[in-house]
Design a protein around this ligand. Sequence first.
Ligand code: COA
Length: 115
Amino acid sequence: MKNIGIDIVENERFSKMINDEKKISRILSNLEVKIYSEITSDKRKIEYLASRFCAKEAVIKAINKEGLSFSYKDISILNDDVGAPYVEFSFEVDFKLLISISHSNNSSVCVAVMY
Ligand SMILES: CC(C)(COP(=O)(O)OP(=O)(O)OC[C@H]1O[C@@H](n2cnc3c(N)ncnc32)[C@H](O)[C@@H]1OP(=O)(O)O)[C@@H](O)C(=O)NCCC(=O)NCCS
């Protein structure tokens, strides 16, 4: 069955955790933590955390009828060679997902479509 999810977050909510490894590791997968560790701008760190959290919430809405049990860390929101986002799971899934992310100065928004 197809499904869709959307989420929006205030980036400010993540500004206090950019150096909090424990909190970061609850949101980001190991691969995302590696990508995060290479970001030098605090603004992008906040945006990265906010948008990855937002994207995962949208993904969860899109797949929540699948009856899977997992944590944020099991989902990686990555970017292809032209910057387009895609989703990887730490386990095998039998569906596909499309996602799209946008940022303003204050917010991040993401839509996820499962098909
Ligand atoms: C992709 C693009 C539309 C982003 O627009 P923007 O208004 O600057 O930024 P937004 O905040 O709305 O979106 C940013 C998100 O877009 C997504 N994105 C980036 N490149 C993308 C692409 N090629 N396709 C789809 N999504 C893309 C990413 O998820 C990014 O967020 P993330 O880096 O945190 O993952 C813009 O950078 C663009 O046009 N890039 C292509 C440049 C290009 O090919 N130009 C050729 C002449 S048109």
